[in-house]
Structure formats: structure tokens, C-alpha cells
Design a protein around this ligand. Structure first.
Ligand SMILES: *Cc1c(COP(=O)(O)O)cnc(C)c1O
Length: 416
């Protein structure tokens, strides 16, 4: 594949195919030993990275010296004992949370970005660019800084979460706010790719998805390679859905797992093109997106076909949840002291819905992927607890109280 090619002559997206196949290089047990051995490497940052310790299965073309890495991945898997309130709310007993908000810039995007930026640098790119709902831009900005490349981010003038804008500015990206939504920005960055020669770091870039596969492998490793019944993830541009399906399929083909987990993709009701498509023979749908969960406010997902393929490989399901459900789910998960940004919490609301419909069993082993950190979008969290979010009635608000600094006032508000 040439350095900046994204699409096939047929108009579809490109896919990374590993040749020779990993299964022909080592047996499953030898792969597992190698990954585990690297994780404990005292000296090699690439070995300790939650992406690059799987490097033969990610992008073997790059030498260790060419990797632009911050030791991304290695995020916690919180078992059900860490989230009793969320599990009770969902009606489940065995949902664990893989917290990708614990990556260097606070979202799973870092796992793809270390690969995309390493590849762009090796290919001689000077300027890396993305359209973004916010987290991609923070990640691009950070990894470009590490690689010594210039970064340009195209974000919507309205609705991008404060934490994400702050990161992008702080890490030194050229921030371009456009009068339009994410889908408009996406179309513009693709034009800029051909007309201005920018290297595009969106998940349309197939090498980024190779990095995102490691969310799945790292989780399986944390579970002792005993696969869960379900992986549940929010769906925006559907890069994760595509990458997770490919990761599971490859893990199965190599023999790392002997059973195929099912994928469940959760969209916001106001940004649900995949759900509409699932009800219409998988014909491609687009919508004008509207949701409080800005990271999944996407109406025309670029990875649509790969996502449909992934759902086929994993006997997957899709559903959608309202903004009210997303924010109530978030409040419950936050109250466990785990917490995540709104889009991530679509998974929590989605699991509750799928359990109530009998699709996910109450006691089935399920891993929900939390895609971004709670602090990415503080305004939405505070707005929920203050009751100032448009159209949302908080089920469990925890607003701050203001008092004069006297012990009597304090006693009064504590009800003591
Ligand atoms: C990017 C992002 C998503 C959407 O992921 P896709 O792979 O585009 O479906 C969901 N949640 C958060 C926090 C994100 O940053």
C-alpha cells in the first residue's frame, strides 16, 4: 500500500491484509507468551505499548525505531465489583468496563493514532490532518507533536467538547473551526487530502484501524484469553466496530480464542444510520445527526461497509438509545466512581436495553468499551447535575450547593 492511499479503485475502503498470515509464523500459545513477555519488558517502550507489543499483527512493516509511541493502551479492565451501581441499573451481574479513557490523551483514538502517525512519518508526510468530533484531533495533535510533524484539525464551530478543544490547542495543532457539522468537515478534509496534500488521520485510514484492534486483544489477554459472550461499543464513524470485528476474526483464525464473542454496537437515537440500515436490508442510510453525545454525532459513517462485515463475522447486533438514556446511564456509571464521557455511556444504556429485550442474558459475561474519559466533556456533566441540559430531566442529579461559611449553614445542608 502506498503511504497515503485510502480507497480502492472500486470506491470502497482499503483493508490491511497480513502476509504471511500470523498463524503460519507462530502457534497460538507462542504468540500469547510473546505478548506477555513484551508487556513486562524493562527497557523497550514499544514492547510495553498496548498496541506495539502485538506489532506483527498490527503493522509489521515498521521497525521499532520508526514507531511514534507514548506507551498507549494498557488500560484497566474494571470487573463488575468496581461498578455495582451500573450493573444493578443494567440488570446484569458480569459486565466489565474496558476503560479506553485511560489512554495518554484520554480516548481509544491513541491506539489508532500511534499507528497512523508512525506510518505517515515513515511515508514522508509533513502535515497530518483530520476532521474530528474532538478526540481524534486531541490525539492527532499529541502524536504529531511527538513525531515533529505539523497537525491541522477540522472541528465543528459548535458543539465540540471543551476538554478536547483545549487539548488540541495546547498540543499545538492548527485548529480550524468550520461552520458545519462533522460530516461536512469530513468531506472537506478528504478534498484537502488530494488538493493540499495533507495526510488524513481519520479512521478511513486503514492502518489506524489496525491499532484499534488491540483494544480487543488486550482485553482478551486480561481475561486469560477466555473470551466474553459480548463486546459492546458505541458507534459513530464505526471504526471501532470494523476494527473489533477484524480483531476477533483474526484472534479466532490464529487460535488465540476458541469461541467467537458477539459484537453489540450502540448508536444515539439522533445519529443512528446503522440502526436504520439494519432494518432495511443493510442498505446505506445517512441522517442529519443530533445528540448530546458529540463523539458519536455522525450521520454518514465512513466505515459503514466494514462495520456491516464485522457484524456478520460476529453475529452482531445494533440498537440505539435516547439522549435521556445516555445521560442517566452516565450518571449511574459516574456514581460508581468509574465515569466516562457521554458517548461512552451509550454502551451502558444500550446494554440495559438489550438485557430488557432478552438479547444479552443477565449473567452473560460482557465487556463494555468506555471510549473516552469523563473529563473530556465537563460542561455536559455539570449541566446534567445542575439540570440545565436542553431536553434532559436528570434522574439522579447531584448539584453543588452554595453556603455562607458558617458551621450552622454547613450543618443545615448536611442535614446533621
Ligand atoms: C471517536 C469516538 C467514538 C466513535 O467511535 P467510532 O469508531 O467512530 O465509531 C465514540 N466515543 C468516543 C469517546 C470517541 O472519541
Amino acid at each position: 500500500m502506498s503511504g497515503d492511499r485510502m480507497t480502492c479503485d472500486c470506491g470502497g475502503l482499503l483493508d490491511v491484509v497480513h502476509d504471511p498470515s500470523p498463524a503460519s509464523i507462530l502457534g497460538a500459545e507462542a504468540w500469547k507468551r510473546l505478548f506477555d513477555h513484551r508487556r513486562r519488558s524493562p527497557s523497550c517502550p514499544a514492547d510495553r505499548s498496548g498496541v506495539w507489543r502485538f506489532r506483527e499483527l498490527v503493522l509489521p512493516d515498521l521497525a521499532v525505531s520508526q514507531l511514534v509511541t507514548r506507551g498507549e493502551g494498557n488500560t484497566r479492565l474494571y470487573d463488575a465489583s468496581c461498578s455495582p451501581r451500573a450493573n444493578a441499573w443494567m440488570g446484569t451481574t458480569d459486565v466489565s468496563f474496558k476503560h479506553e479513557g485511560e489512554n495518554p490523551t484520554g480516548s481509544f483514538k491513541d491506539r489508532g493514532m500511534t499507528v497512523a502517525v508512525s506510518w505517515a512519518k515513515k511515508s514522508g508526510a509533513k502535515i497530518v490532518a483530520c476532521a474530528s468530533t474532538g478526540n481524534t484531533s486531541a490525539s492527532v495533535a499529541s502524536y504529531a507533536a511527538l513525531a515533529g510533524l505539523t497537525s491541522v484539525i477540522l472541528i465543528s464551530e459548535k458543539g465540540t467538547a471543551a476538554g478536547k478543544i483545549a487539548q488540541s490547542l495546547a498540543y499545538g495543532a492548527k485548529a480550524v473551526m468550520i461552520r458545519g457539522d462533522f460530516d461536512t468537515a469530513m468531506r472537506l478534509v478528504l478534498q484537502a487530502r488530494t488538493k493540499l496534500g495533507l495526510a488524513v488521520m481519520n479512521s478511513i485510514n486503514p492502518v489506524r484501524l489496525e491499532g484499534q484492534k488491540t483494544v480487543i486483544w488486550e482485553t482478551l489477554e486480561q481475561l486469560g484469553w477466555d473470551p466474553p459472550d459480548w463486546f459492546v461499543v458505541p458507534g459513530g464513524n464505526l471504526g471501532n466496530c470494523a476494527a473489533f470485528g477484524k480483531a476477533l476474526r483474526e484472534a479466532y483464525d490464529i487460535g488465540l480464542i476458541d469461541k467467537m464473542p458477539r459484537l453489540a454496537v450502540i448508536q444515539a437515537a439522533g445519529a443512528n444510520p446503522l440502526v436504520l440500515s439494519s432494518r432495511d436490508g443493510w442498505k446505506r442510510h445517512t441522517v442529519k445527526a443530533a445528540t448530546v453525545a458529540t463523539a458519536i454525532k455522525i450521520g454518514d459513517p465512513v466505515n459503514f461497509s466494514k462495520a456491516v462485515r464485522a457484524l456478520g463475522w460476529t453475529n452482531g447486533v445494533v440498537t440505539d438509545v435516547t439522549d435521556q438514556e445516555i445521560m442517566d446511564a452516565k450518571a449511574v456509571l459516574d456514581s460508581d466512581g468509574v465515569g466516562a464521557e457521554p458517548a461512552s455511556c451509550a454502551t451502558v444504556a444500550g446494554i440495559r436495553k438489550l438485557v430488557s429485550k432478552g438479547v444479552i442474558g443477565r449473567d452473560q459475561k460482557t465487556v463494555a468499551v468506555l471510549t473516552g474519559h469523563l473529563l473530556k466533556d465537563p460542561d455536559t456533566t455539570i449541566g446534567y447535575h445542575r439540570g440545565t441540559l436542553d431536553g434532559i430531566v436528570p434522574a439522579a442529579p447531584n448539584p453543588p450547593v452554595v453556603i455562607d461559611p458558617t458551621i450552622d449553614e454547613l450543618r443545615r445542608v448536611l442535614g446533621a
